[in-house]
Design a protein around this ligand. Structure first.
Ligand SMILES: Cc1cc2nc3c(=O)[nH]c(=O)nc-3n(C[C@H](O)[C@H](O)[C@H](O)COP(=O)(O)OP(=O)(O)OC[C@H]3O[C@@H](n4cnc5c(N)ncnc54)[C@H](O)[C@@H]3O)c2cc1C
Length: 462
């Protein structure tokens, strides 16, 4: 049997390869860069552990737990410090703890009386049933009010998507919120009455899902999967084209300055939408891959800074702080990394991970490192009372960080299903299709495995 080709050794591609391999299906993973993990990047230096891409993995599905177990990583799993629950949102130019209970909500200074009243009124607002796709901003203003958008949702959207709330689709980027309105007529009613049903389905909402990492950061997961896959992973090998044959696919490869070809029974594309659009394709029917170049991936810079504990006035205990645009800072938010996972800084020090750029200020993400440190230090000086110079600094620039599931994204998803129907043996999986989080990517990989395995079995039986 010709091996199945997997394009991309990010978490999606490695999950697919790992589980196909366990089913006895031979695989080859092609990775354009010299490392595995895609946007996951953890480094240990001078006693600090810096995490540049995702910081935590959410246990939203039993498939996540299963992957950790199957990879033999249960003993290396690291749960966050129990004291790191607090989340802050910036208002009045200082971080204010987000309320964790209904009573807390009605007494917090984070929202005005008017915004609190908007929450009480929400269950009485009729659901929109005309099928018009709204942005998350339109949805929130219609069901709550502008203040809620400007001081809470805008910050949340920056924290998750580095996105623009006026462009992101509530249907595609926040499908569970939309489902609450569709199924219960209101988000508040849905939260209350839907809890039992969600429990029955074994679903865990993202805001309640346990989050975790590993002793040496998230990079442990892709590194371990790569070890298990051995020679099947080919680094520094770009897939440049795909040609459909009578049976299977021929891949055009570019490795160490040389072009070559390889034959495969099936292909799973687990890269980014922008790279998908660049592939040269020869197929029986036109697939229209170039359309995927329209999907926006704004740039983001991750800036990790270490400080002496006594040089930071704010306790910085908790998950971190989100910054709404209206507050006028340049960074999007900061994770209190060494409060979340205490092994991330040497004794007497702390680590803070901040993000710059996104749809809010794309031009800032590509600034030189020194300028980025300056921008972040200035924001942290005002918000957390930072005094001294950083004892550690490192940054990573992601020119194309996170795909934006903007209004109209459904047409790209339809095109993906169309392509799979028109080109048997070509499969598409990952963050650009089934949700942008690490856990979404793992589940996307897990789900495509069944479809690929059954395709390969049918081909063998012919
Ligand atoms: C800064 C940042 C912070 C984030 N924070 C979080 C977080 O805290 N929690 C969370 O759940 N999620 C977070 N995410 C999102 C999450 O990390 C990603 O969605 C997920 O890791 C995507 O995995 P993937 O394998 O689908 O894609 P990627 O990680 O993008 O991997 C794709 C791989 O395919 C390779 N490739 C592409 N085209 C080709 C080709 N033609 N030939 C060969 N190789 C190719 C690329 O080189 C790359 O290695 C974050 C993302 C970023 C950028």
């Amino acid at each position: 049997m010709k091996p199945v080709a997997i394009i991309g050794a990010g978490i999606t591609g490695l999950t697919v390869a790992f589980y196909l391999n366990r089913k006895g299906v031979p695989v080859t993973v092609y990775e354009a860069s010299g490392r595995v993990g895609g946007v996951i990047q953890s480094i240990r230096q001078n006693g600090y552990l810096a995490e540049f891409g995702p910081n935590t993995l959410l246990e939203t599905s039993p498939k996540i737990t299963q992957l950790v177990r199957d990879a033999g990583l249960e003993s290396r799993r690291l749960d966050p410090d129990a004291k790191a629950e607090a989340r802050y949102v910036v208002r009045y130019k200082r971080p204010i703890e987000m309320p964790g209970s209904p009573l807390g909500f009605f007494t917090t200074e984070l929202f005005s009386l008017k915004a609190k009243f908007a929450v009480l009124r929400e269950p009485f607002i009729s659901p929109r049933r005309d099928g018009v796709e709204e942005s998350i901003a339109q949805f929130v203003v219609r069901r709550f009010n502008q203040e809620f958008l400007d001081h809470a949702i805008d910050a949340l959207v920056a924290g998750i998507y580095a996105g623009d709330p006026y462009k992101l689709s509530v249907t595609h980027a926040f499908p569970k919120l939309k489902a609450l309105e569709d199924n219960y007529g209101s988000m508040i009613k849905g939260q209350i009455f839907g809890a039992r049903e969600r429990k029955k389905r074994g679903e865990v909402a993202k805001d309640r899902a346990p989050k975790f990492s590993f002793d040496e950061g998230l990079q442990v997961l892709p590194d371990t999967l790569r070890e298990r896959l051995g020679e099947a992973v080919r680094l520094n090998t770009s897939v440049t084209g795909l040609a459909q044959m009578a049976e299977g696919w021929t891949l055009g490869l570019h490795e160490s300055g040389r072009d070559s070809q390889a034959e495969h029974s099936a292909v799973i594309f687990c890269g980014t939408a922008s790279r998908l659009a660049e592939l040269r394709v020869e197929s029986k029917e036109s697939l229209g891959l170039s359309t995927f170049s329209e999907i926006r991936y704004p740039p983001v810079a991750s800036v990790v800074l270490g400080f002496r504990r006594e040089d930071v006035e704010h306790p910085s205990q908790g998950f971190g702080m989100l910054i709404p645009k209206i507050e006028g800072f340049k960074s999007l938010g900061t994770i209190f990394s060494s409060s979340l996972f205490p092994n991330r800084a040497p004794a007497g020090h702390l680590t803070l991970t901040s993000y710059v750029g996104g749809e809010r200020y794309p031009e800032l993400a590509s600034l030189p490192a020194d300028k980025l440190y300056e921008i972040v230090c200035e924001d942290l000086r005002v918000l957390l009372g930072i005094k001294g110079k950083p004892t550690f600094q490192h940054c990573v620039f992601y020119p194309r960080a996170i795909p934006q599931y903007n209004v109209g994204y459904g047409r790209y998803r339809d095109l993906m299903s169309d392509i799979e129907a028109k080109a048997p043996g070509l499969f598409l999986a990952g963050h650009y299709r089934d949700g942008i989080s690490l856990s979404d990517s793992i589940v996307s990989g897990y789900n495509v495995v069944e479809r690929v395995a059954s395709f390969v079995k049918t081909q063998e039986g012919k």
